[in-house]
Design a protein around this ligand. Structure first.
Ligand code: UT7
Length: 332
């Protein structure tokens, strides 16, 4: 799909926020328990540490904190779209609980599950609501507790994934203004679903036949190749649709899955290495939270400033992938 380019109303970024659990898990801590090393994890992934929720803390908590930060002190929204594949319950969605905690009243609220691409899918969904006149201000949140899906004994996934939340507030605005999102490029490839897969816990196998079936299994190398190819392809498509050249991009904010994936994709696109925005060393792969958290960190440390032209691209289980562009706005 390449779509959501309204002639009349654009979705404009009006706030940003991130949330991380306090508990830091270092590579050394993982290496003390599993057959791996700090050196292997750093050189193969770029990750030094990640965060993990405290007992009793879950997706709703991270989503609420990130959402509150994006709303700001007097912020309001008339819709909440939460990208997550680790909702607190299988039923209902988590977004209505987030909206209630934020005091937003009876606003429309629902979850979007496109795993690590979820935030881009959620942005496109929100942009569609704004373009269609269904909402004026939409709080778009990406939050995941992937440590709940990772097998604690699996050295191929434990080092990679961490927990976190990130959010942006979107408001209705003009297509040409700073902060306006779009166009979007979104895709899926269900035939390859098993490359990243959780066998049990859903309707197909509610109770795991084997206790390990409730954990995620990843074919790492195949996912790596798909991620580079699909994010590069989607980035090219969205740039063409936007009428932008690769050289126009100041900041490349890709899904933080592996620093080597980000570098390889940027190289394939012909983008300079210093355009790549990354916080993966500190947070690991936080799935749907990854892009808004990277944006929030880049704003906080001054890497991303008003006027920068930004390319967002993500890839995840499903398989799913997608991209969009914007010029970074002034945020109060
Ligand atoms: O969010 C979207 C989805 N996720 C991703 O995009 C992740 C994509 N994949 C990756 O980032 C990489 O494939 C990994 C980081 C998961 C693995 O890196 P790799 O360079 O593809 O390594 P590999 O899987 O080919 O494994 C190389 C070797 C293997 O040993 P042999 O067969 O060569 O003897 C693995 O058994 O490294 C071994 N290995 C490890 N060694 C130490 C795998 N995991 C570890 C580990 N510590 N944690």
């Amino acid at each position: 799909m390449s779509a959501v380019r309204s002639r009349h109303r654009a979705a404009v970024v009006a706030g940003i926020g991130g949330a991380l659990p306090e508990r830091v898990v270092t590579n050394h801590e993982i290496a003390a328990r599993l057959d791996t090393s700090d050196e292997w994890i750093r050189t193969r992934t770029g990750i030094r540490e990640r965060r993990r929720v405290a007992p009793g803390q879950s997706t709703v908590d991270l989503a609420e904190e990130a959402g509150r930060a994006a709303l700001g002190p007097d912020g309001h929204a008339d819709a909440v779209v939460l990208a997550t594949s680790t909702a607190d319950q299988l039923c209902p969605a988590t977004a209505p609980q987030v909206a209630a905690r934020l005091g937003l009243g009876t606003v429309l609220a629902f979850d979007v599950n496109a795993v690590c691409s979820g935030f881009i899918y959620a942005l496109a969904t929100a942009a569609g609501f704004i373009a269609g006149g269904m909402a004026e201000r939409v709080l778009v949140i990406g939050a995941d507790v992937f440590t709940s899906l990772v097998d604690p004994d699996d050295r191929t996934t434990v080092p990679i994934f961490g927990d976190g939340g990130g959010a942006v507030l979107l408001r209705a605005g003009e297509p040409g203004e700073r902060g306006a999102l779009g166009p979007f490029d979104l895709h899926s490839e269900g035939e390859l679903a098993k490359l990243l897969w959780v066998e049990a816990g859903g309707a197909a196998q509610r109770v795991p036949e084997n206790p390990k079936d409730r954990f995620m299994v990843m074919q790492g190398t195949a996912v790596f190749r798909q991620a580079c190819a699909r994010m590069a392809e989607s980035s090219r498509a969205v740039l063409e649709e936007a009428g932008w050249m690769v050289g126009d991009i100041d900041r490349f904010v890709g899904h933080q899955a592996n620093i080597r994936i980000l570098q390889a994709t940027a190289k394939q696109l012909g983008m300079p290495a210093d355009a790549v925005v990354s916080n993966i060393d500190r947070v690991g792969n936080t799935s749907a939270a990854s892009i808004p958290l990277a944006l929030a960190d880049a704003v906080a440390d001054g890497t991303l400033t008003p006027g920068h032209r930004v390319l967002l691209t993500a890839f995840g289980a499903g398989l799913t992938w997608g991209s969009t562009v914007l010029t970074w706005p002034e945020l109060s």
